[in-house]
Design a protein around this ligand. Structure first.
Ligand SMILES: [Zn+2]
Length: 460
């Protein structure tokens, strides 16, 4: 299989050639841990998980190093802690835990290294010192700023001209900046804000710097692939490039830059102000995790994706059909997926074409192998048809933080089982009726038989 990847930096699809095939290195910008991941946040983690699987298939599991960071120092975190009146560590620890649970439910493989920003402050301070020494950064009013005009080809990744850069950076007018495009590497902290000792006083790093320092620590000066959402191209990735290249004598930060497209919800932009934000957790309470994962992959990663209930239902039908095909195939290890499937996947991660190719696979072990590759068809078909949600979390937003996820059932699944139980009761098969009641109870569903013969249910 030849692997071709679209590179935002060259604006074309290139054949992928790693720097070292024995040590293929990729970095994906991870979450800022202050709130639940919404479905748009999950897109890069799912699509680049498929890339990770593809690289492991191509180069061997031990020859791919994947780093995805956790941003655990950020003004959004400080604001969330102040609003909820809890310590910052409580917000970051709980949100990280929930994020890990969400990713596990969606069958996103954990990265090889998941560095936290707060554990890498010395590396960040060292990088700032290098940038100051090389006259790419300056100290002003307790801040350290990156001197954008000091880098001749700043803006090459996004292709933004200077006016667009300044407008896009949405920076406050700060009197201490030499140039409006300059961005913060270090800023002072008030006594109630998280901070660290530094040559420039008590303070904390800027967000862009975190990724530059952590990717250098684990992947070296230049690595193969850097990925993230398209909204990160500017300013985040542009600024990562500026910091790293200027600190490292001009060496490229990454050879291939990959960005996934935007996600809308029922045709609208998702936003807190519109009140239409859907979290991964809410979706997991309603849909089997594989429906969510496959639905994400049915759109090519670079295209805009409109997340709709209708498409989720179609995706569920796809999976139902495949599970019927593999039913009875057992869970024995399947061979590799057919070459047509791998070929389209190797063509810039064309997951929609790979999913279409799956529709034509008649051999069930091959279909299972293709499913394994995309991270779906991981359940026993019998369990799938009972609609068991792998980690269903019906709890409300505020109480769900810190709550251990429980195995639970979708509404559809519960109602299907109740119908089955009613039929068993009617046939006086009380053993079957009790078995279904116990099974539901184990999944956190309590049945209430009414005097008129109907059955109501509630979650425990
Ligand atoms: Zn980043």
């Amino acid at each position: 299989m030849s692997l071709k990847l679209y590179n935002t930096a060259t604006r074309r699809k290139d054949t992928f050639a790693p720097i070292d095939a024995k040590n293929v290195r990729m970095y994906v910008c991870g979450p800022t841990v202050y709130d639940y991941a919404h479905i748009g946040n999950a897109r890069p983690y799912i699509v680049f998980d498929v890339l990770y699987r593809l690289l492991r298939h191509e180069y061997g599991e031990d020859h791919v190093k994947y780093v995805r960071n956790i941003t655990d120092v950020d003004d959004k975190i400080n604001a969330a802690a102040a609003e909820q009146g809890v310590p910052i560590s409580e917000i970051t620890e709980k949100t990280t835990k929930v994020f890990h649970e969400d990713m596990k439910a969606l069958n996103v493989l954990p990265p090889g290294v998941e560095p936290r920003a707060t554990a890498h402050i010395p590396q960040m301070v060292a990088m700032i010192e290098t940038l100051i020494a090389k006259e790419h950064a300056y100290v002003a009013d307790e801040h350290v700023l990156f001197d954008v005009p000091s880098m001749k080809d700043y803006g090459a990744l996004s292709g933004r001209n200077r006016d667009e850069q300044i407008a896009g950076a949405r920076v406050e007018v700060a009197p201490y900046k030499k140039d409006p495009a300059d961005f913060v590497l270090w800023k002072p902290s008030a006594s109630d804000q998280p901070g660290w000792k530094s040559p420039w006083g008590w303070g904390r790093p800027g967000w862009h710097l975190e990724c530059s320092a952590m990717s250098k620590e684990y992947l070296g000066t230049t690595f193969d692939i850097h990925a993230g959402g398209i909204d990160l191209v500017f300013p985040h990735h542009e600024n990562e490039i500026a910091q790293s290249r200027c600190a490292h004598g001009g060496a490229p930060l990454a050879n291939v830059w990959m960005h996934n497209g935007y996600l809308t919800l029922e045709g609208e932009k998702m936003s807190k102000s519109l009140g239409n934000v859907v979290t991964v957790r809410q979706l997991l309470a309603k849909w089997p995790a594989e429906v969510i994962r496959l639905n994400m992959l049915k759109t090519h990663y670079r295209k805009p994706l409109d997340w709709t209930e209708e498409r989720l239902r179609e995706t569920k039908d796809n999976l139902d059909r495949w599970y019927r095909v593999i039913q009875g195939a057992g869970m024995r290890n399947a061979e590799n997926p057919p070459s047509e499937f791998l070929d389209v996947l190797g063509d810039d991660l064309n997951t929609p074409a790979a999913i279409r190719a799956m529709e034509d696979i008649e051999d069930r072990t091959q279909l299972k192998a293709a499913g394994d590759f995309l991270g779906v068809l991981q359940q026993r078909p019998e369990a799938w048809f009972k609609q068991i949600v792998s980690v269903g979390m019906a709890q409300e937003k505020d109480t769900a933080l810190g709550v251990t996820p429980v195995k639970t059932y979708s509404v559809e699944g519960i109602e299907k089982l109740i119908t089955e139980r009613n039929a068993a009761r009617k046939a006086k098969d009380f053993a079957a009726s009790d078995r279904i009641r116990d099974e539901l109870k184990e999944g956190g569903v309590i049945l209430e038989d009414k005097p008129d013969g109907t059955t109501d249910w509630r979650r425990a």
